[in-house]
Design a binder for this molecule. Structure first.
Ligand code: FE2
Length: 489
């Protein structure tokens, strides 16, 4: 018997979806650009069975991949659960078997296996397309290969045995110049281990180079940044231990006394040469991009001042502080000639933003001008009467942040909607940075359904070019990517 009554998200916009969907030729308001030929893949989490612990992190929900497929001005939708080992075991048992987020000691005895924590992955964080293959990723396990047409799960992928880490980041970076992918795995050799392995994977999908490092302390290394020369590994604040896990707690807690770090190493170098730069308390989750210029590395990132996740509470027993859980668009400069182990940081806009920042990925690793992310524009209030006071409503605006001039352009989604992460789609045939579309899924609270919005990225103030309407609430996305049809022939 399925009983969600103890789960806080049982009702509201992000209540469990628990179904799979196919819609051929979705309803559209406006005109979908006919030159868009490809797919917007999204990955997120959806509890198929209620969690064993009602206060568990939403990050522990079953992986769900969806696809908006564009061709000739028509958009079709498909959504499927990722068939992880965990999903299949639970479906066979007709119940939830796995406990807290990344704590195998809290699992049902029938599946408990702390020696192989990677087998618990839910593959619920981000999609990836590289070397003609589609994957669903989560940082606690291997990528899951997905059939790009049917969205059927093929299974875990270890790059023909060449990937030696037990884990694989949700945020690899693809160099648009070489086609190489830089990816890493932390807790690479087991639960709470301080090993982090970094790999360069060629355009052909084969592992070319490996570097192995030890981290200063075991923490969330969620994202990275890659330049033409360097790899940057930012992290800070989150801590864990085997004692903590054996005590039955959720994997991470927040330690405000811990410094933040950015590890810098050469792409073609040896892990033993990594240099660790140190900063103040920071929650460093996502990056926009970085580039190397002379002896300096410039990193743009929407890092938080402090702990963003209320379900990873402070270890000193103090309550989670929402005032410090704010992300700002930051420029971080690391001077490799300096003997000091610190960086300089500027906050470029004085208001807090969604930390799921994106760029025109044709400029990944290179000097780029624009970053895109969502935020809540207070000059455009929500319509409480029509939208209701519902959970999860955060951002009403996508911004294009011009790092060179400080200019901000805005796309406003409407007074009854909230925006998930955006994605930049290059205009076919264009080469200029920022020439393309900004797309993303909006939650329409007034009508309780999801809509894919499509805006001209160079004319955000003009509003939508088109909206693709789903007749239901779509599973919440963590991350999404655009894949041109030519990438998945
Ligand atoms: Fe992420």
């Amino acid at each position: 018997m399925v009983d969600f009554t103890k789960v806080p998200t049982r009702v509201g916009f992000f209540a469990p979806e628990r179904f799979e969907a196919d819609i051929h030729d979705c309803e559209v308001i406006g005109k979908v650009p006919k030159d868009l030929n490809g797919t917007f893949f999204r990955v997120g989490g959806d509890w198929f069975y209620p969690p064993l612990f009602p206060d568990d992190a939403v990050l522990n929900a079953d992986g769900y991949i969806s696809a908006f497929r564009f061709k000739d001005g028509i958009v079709s939708y498909k959504g499927r659960y990722v068939r992880t080992r965990r999903y299949e075991l639970q479906k066979a048992a007709n119940r939830q078997l796995f406990g807290y987020y990344r704590n195998p000691f809290t699992d049902d005895p029938s599946v408990r296996d702390p020696e192989r924590p990677y087998l618990r992955t839910v593959a619920n964080t981000s999609p990836l397309v590289h070397a003609g293959k589609l994957f669903a990723l989560k940082e606690d396990g291997l990528p899951h290969r997905i059939d790009p047409v049917t969205l059927d799960t093929v299974g875990p992928w270890d790059f023909e045995g060449a990937w030696k880490s037990q884990t694989f980041t949700a945020h690899p970076k693809i160099d648009p110049v070489t086609g190489e992918m830089i990816a890493f795995g932390y807790q690479a050799t087991g639960l709470v281990t301080d090993d982090l392995f970094i790999y360069t994977i060629g355009r052909d999908g084969k592992v070319k180079h490996e570097q192995r490092i030890k981290v200063p302390y075991v923490s969330v290394v969620h994202d990275c940044a890659v330049t033409q020369k360097h790899i940057l590994l930012p992290f800070g604040g989150y801590v864990t231990s085997m004692e903590r896990l054996k005590a039955g707690k959720i994997h991470w807690g927040w330690d405000a006394t811990k410094p933040s770090y950015i590890g810098v190493l050469a792409r073609d170098g040896d892990g033993k040469d990594i240099r660790w730069f140190k900063g103040p308390e920071r929650c460093m989750m996502h990056t926009f991009n970085a580039y190397t210029e002379g002896s300096k590395i410039i990193l743009y990132a929407p890092f938080y001042d402090s702990n963003f996740f209320p379900f990873f509470p402070p270890i000193d027993g103090t309550p989670w502080n929402p005032q410090k859980a704010k992300a700002y668009v930051r420029r971080i400069t690391i001077d490799l000639r300096s003997k000091k182990d610190t960086w300089t940081e500027e906050i470029l806009w004085p208001f807090n933003v969604g930390d799921l920042g994106r760029i025109d990925t044709r400029f990944m690793t290179l000097r780029q001008r624009y970053g895109y992310t969502s935020f809540n524009d207070p000059d455009r209030p929500f319509d409480e009467a029509r939208a209701g006071n519902l959970r999860g409503r955060v951002s009403n605006t996508y911004g294009r942040f011009d790092f060179e001039t400080g200019k901000l352009n805005r796309y406003f989604v409407g007074p009854t909607h909230s925006l998930q992460e955006c994605c930049f789609v290059p205009r076919p045939g264009s080469r200029e940075e920022g020439d393309g579309y900004l797309i993303g899924v909006a939650s329409n609270y007034a009508e309780m359904r999801s809509e894919l919005v499509i805006a001209d990225a160079q004319n955000l103030e003009a509003g939508d070019v088109a909206r693709v309407i789903l007749p239901f609430r779509s599973t919440a996305q963590v991350h999404g990517i655009w894949a041109d049809a030519s990438e998945l022939a």
